[in-house]
Design a protein. Sequence first.
Length: 85
Amino acid sequence: MLWQVFLARAESRLSCAAIRGSRMENEFKPGDIVQLKSGGPPMTVSEVPKGSATRYICVWFKGASKEQAGFEADSLKPYVAPVKA
């Protein structure tokens, strides 16, 4: 009986660790080119979320001006350059 309780607790800990691990994996890495899912300019990922942070820091140029902002992963997608015919 005691071993069943121990086994149940161990399985629970492993499940929680797997869930936390999947959240901590970064979808993008520094240098990746991304775009907002709603459109906009191509942006370069400069920083990935660390610790409890959830935003990717991205940089892009607006004319000659360098812009920077943080975006949630679910608002970004990999940039795909348009195909020229």
